[in-house]
Design a binder for this molecule. Structure first.
Ligand SMILES: O=C(O)c1ccccc1NCC(=O)[C@H](O)[C@H](O)COP(=O)(O)O
Length: 220
């Protein structure tokens, strides 16, 4: 599973720049209301340009599994990210595609989700749990922070599913976030942008370097 993901890439040059910076995954957003939304044709161009240099995560919000599977076949995603209100049962429906399940956990809903996760058979668990900020009206990309404190005991309930921390991560706070939560990996969208969907090379380089250092991956 990826360690440093930059989500919402919208140009081939930005995709190559993110890979050159040392991120090991990029997110390709198919949520029509997002300013970072891309087309299947673009996602296929990213695959053709970058190949296996980075993991390519197709991101969806409340789409039917049939459409997701069709696009995954067409675009060659390495994993699928579900970032809406999808039920946990959808993970098994999308097999064999690895699923990164995004949840906006804060306060009591963390315990509720942990109970849902505990009830799943082992072969129906997601490949990773991406924890994002819980901002009403936003699915993601809000720049708001997740509740780091609520996640400090994630080892107790996530059944070995790697935790990816997202939400308001920036070059200046990613080390503090990793120290607080000890996630498997981190993810950012707006944290490395000059405007929505436009990745800034300097911020991207700073974020990836800080994240790799904090995660103990080492410099490029
Ligand atoms: O980024 C978006 O526009 C977006 C829209 C709808 C659903 C998900 C979206 N992003 C998913 C991500 O994985 C983001 O990286 C994550 O929400 C963190 O975003 P940010 O706080 O801007 O770093």
């Amino acid at each position: 599973m990826f360690r440093v993901k930059v989500c919402g890439v919208t140009t081939l040059d930005d995709a190559a720049m993110v890979a050159d910076a040392g991120a090991d995954a990029i997110g390709l957003n198919f949520y029509a209301k997002s300013p970072r939304c891309v087309t299947p044709e673009f996602a296929a161009q990213v695959r053709d340009r970058l190949g296996d240099r980075v993991q390519r995560i197709g991101l969806f919000v409340n789409e039917p599994p049939e459409r997701i599977g069709q696009l995954a076949d067409e675009c060659g995603f390495t994993a699928i990210q579900l970032h809406g209100d999808e039920p946990l049962s959808m993970v098994a429906e999308l097999r064999p595609w690895p699923v990164v399940l995004a949840r906006r956990l804060a306060g009591p809903n963390t315990a509720v989700f942990a109970e849902e996760l505990a009830a799943l058979p082992a072969d129906a668990l997601p490949a990773a749990l991406l924890v994002d900020a819980a901002v009403p009206g936003h699915y993601g990309g809000s720049g708001q922070q997740a509740d780091w404190q609520a996640l400090t005991d994630h080892d107790q309930w996530r059944r070995g599913v790697p935790l990816i921390l997202a939400g308001g991560l920036r070059p200046y706070n990613v080390a503090q976030a990793v120290a607080a939560v000890r996630p498997h990996g981190v993810d950012t969208a707006s944290g490395v942008e000059s405007s929505p969907g436009v990745k800034d090379p300097r911020l991207t380089g700073q974020f990836v370097a800080a994240a790799r250092r904090a995660l103990g991956i080492g410099a490029l």
